[in-house]
Design a protein. Structure first.
Length: 323
């Protein structure tokens, strides 16, 4: 099932409405807003490496010291383009291990070297620490292609899910703000949070409860993420409020949304804004699933739609790098 709505730029994949197995699964899942920071992090277990590729871990220098990164290498001699990946987790959780399934899959099927970043987490390291880590790491990759095994020099993209998608678009905007020649070929934003100010959209009202990411959990994550008094309309916090002259200079963008996600409307509105500003944009909405589905292909209830989305992203990455 796939359809493009006439007059809209959103491709919908899957039958609308949460399936009975997804509803049943979510009913037995603990509410994120009721968990402590440690309980949230303890749930970040290693994920299945179903599509295993070669990996190695190394530290990447940043302005604060260094962060750990995991490099995923596809089979073959290469050279291969590079995708820097930023994991999700409400800015306060997430890990290299929990993103294994996603990054192994993307490396194998996009035929790219994927570099997953273990950026600093809130609330110990509040905004903008995570953005700084990701930006510094992406710049390090730009300057060190020759030291990355099998890397194709100068071919670089970024991607991220949820909080990582928030960071990915902020990295692209930071390149624009710093007036650097745009060295990022394209970006893939998987249900990012681009508007921390307006939590009153239609999708927030419809899916405020009964999903992994609820309105109450978003409120909690924002409190942990932002320093007290931080302006939520600051373009470095909420990308959707960035000046149009900055947004218009963003690279080609793929946006992934989930039908049953509080963030769906702001993400699709952001994609429409970029399109109106002349940025090449692809928006895919995956029906019947909620926020978080992209990273849980190791769970049977989400596997079919997760793998579909992962393959769509892999195909987009491969096609973009061929340009």
């Amino acid at each position: 099932y796939q359809r493009r709505v006439r007059g809209e730029m959103i491709t919908q994949i899957g039958v609308p409405g949460k399936s009975a197995p997804v509803v049943e699964f979510l009913q037995h899942f603990p509410k994120l807003e009721n968990l402590t920071i440690q309980e949230l992090r303890d749930s970040d277990a290693d994920t299945t490496k179903e599509h295993k590729v070669e990996t190695t871990d190394q530290h990447i220098p940043t302005r604060s010291g260094s962060i750990l990164a995991r490099f995923y290498f596809p089979d073959g001699e290469g050279p291969f383009p590079v995708v820097v990946y930023m994991h999700g987790g409400g800015w306060c959780r997430g890990s290299l291990n929990r993103t294994n399934y996603t990054c192994h899959f993307l490396s194998k099927f996009s035929e790219s070297i994927v570099i997953s970043l273990d950026y600093r987490l809130a609330p110990e390291h509040k905004f903008p620490a995570g953005i700084d880590d990701c930006y510094d790491a992406v710049c390090w990759v730009r300057d060190n292609f020759s030291s990355i095994k099998k890397a194709q020099s100068g071919r670089l993209a970024i991607a991220g899910d949820s909080a990582g998608g928030t960071y990915a678009v902020q990295v692209s905007l930071e390149v624009v703000r710093n007036k650097i020649d745009n060295f990022i070929d394209f970006q893939v934003l998987i249900y990012p949070c681009v508007d921390l100010l307006n939590l009153d959209t239609s999708s927030y009202k419809t899916y405020a409860e009964g999903n992994w990411l609820t309105k109450k959990s978003v409120d909690k994550f924002i409190d942990w993420y932002l320093p007290e008094g931080e302006d939520k309309k600051d373009p470095k916090v909420s990308a959707i409020y960035a000046p149009k002259e900055h947004l218009s200079k963003l690279p080609s963008t793929m946006i992934i949304t989930a039908e049953c996600d509080v963030l769906r409307d702001e993400d699709e509105r952001f994609g429409q804004l970029l399109f109106e500003l002349g940025v090449p944009v692809v928006i895919n909405r995956y029906n019947g699933v909620c926020h978080g589905f992209f990273g849980v292909g190791f769970l049977d209830v989400f596997k079919k739609m997760t793998d579909t989305a992962l393959l769509d992203v892999s195909n987009f990455i491969r096609s973009q790098f061929k340009k």
